[in-house]
Each structure stands twice: as C-alpha cells, then as structure tokens.
Design a protein around this ligand. Sequence first.
Ligand SMILES: C[S@@+](CC[C@H](N)C(=O)[O-])C[C@H]1O[C@@H](n2cnc3c(N)ncnc32)[C@H](O)[C@@H]1O
Length: 183
Amino acid sequence: MKLAPFSKPVVKAIKAFPTHPYVLEENSYLQLVHHFLLRSNSFLEIGYQKGLVLEVCKAMNFPRSMHIDITNEKLKATPSENNRCKTIDSLTYLQQCFVEKTKFDFIFQDGAKTEDVRYKEYELIFEGNILSRKGVLLVDDYHYRDCRKALRRASKRYPIRSWVMKVVGRKRTYKMVVVKYEK
Ligand SMILES: C[S@@+](CC[C@H](N)C(=O)[O-])C[C@H]1O[C@@H](n2cnc3c(N)ncnc32)[C@H](O)[C@@H]1O
C-alpha cells in the first residue's frame, strides 16, 4: 500500500515537536496513522504519551479527534477545541463512549500492552459499536506477545478482517495491524 506523503504543515509540526526524526521517514508508523487520518472525520487515539499525533491532527485541521492517556506526565502538545486530550484510562473512556453513543471512524490502539486490557478494549469497541461502520482500527505493538494474543482472541469471537502492515521503526521494521469490523 502506497502511503500518502505528509503535507508541508504536517512536516513543520513534526519537526517542531520533541520527537525522533525517523517518524518522517517513508512507511513510519506515523505515516500510516496519517494515511488513515486523511480518510477519516473522527479519530480516537488510545495512549497519546507526548501528544505527537495530536499535533499532527492540529496541523491537518482534523475535524474531531480525542486523545486519551492514563497519565499526562509526558504531554508536550497543546489540545484545541477540535483536537482534545483527556487523562483517563481506556476502559473507563470506552465505557463512557458506549453510554453516550460516541463513535469514531478511526481508532489507533497504542495504550496498554497487556492481553487483559487490550481484549477488554476490543469488547467495548466492537460490542459497544464505538467503531463506525466501515471504520478502521489500527493496532500497534503486534510484536508484543500479549497484544498478539488479545487480537487473536478477538478474531475468534468477532467478525473482523485484518491486514498486517510492516512499518519502519527507529532501529528495525515492525508490525502493525489494520482491523475492520464486518458485522
Ligand atoms: C507508546 S505510548 C503512545 C505513543 C503515542 N501514541 C504516539 O504515537 O506518540 C503508550 C501510552 O499509552 C498509555 N497507556 C497505557 N495504558 C493505558 C490505558 N489503559 N489507557 C490509556 N492509556 C494508556 C501510556 O501511559 C503511554 O503514554
């Protein structure tokens, strides 16, 4: 899959952010995230850490994004009205989305790395209809055993289709997974 290049404002925002320059390289994880952002109108990032993806959303004038993390200790980004940030754990937030019927057409799963939390995230996302129809769930950390196990368990229970994508990391390539829920 040929990924869309970053626009000039996005490159400027990334260069101004305290991050490693490898993220600007072709086929980096950030280019894959950006590729799906270009095709979406609402976005949830689970695990914002410093907030690089939030800054990318702002530079793209992305219409509605929510970025959550259990801690804001490392946050370096500044949220805006359309691109928000919340310090909350993923399961509490997804439960709120279910109650309030909030949906996203792109979800980036990059928070907890434990099988238990990851699997519960899938339960809430799929059973709570938090991913819009035809939406995309992008799963990071597929090189972690627990993350692989959680996704495999979810694949047995839910009607999902997935594609493994190789992305360029700081030191080596690694795998991310694109997931579609085909209810
Ligand atoms: C790899 S970092 C995220 C990097 C970020 N997505 C980026 O692209 O720059 C993982 C983050 O997930 C957060 N996290 C871990 N468990 C979480 C949970 N249960 N709910 C929300 N965030 C969580 C951690 O605090 C950490 O900041």
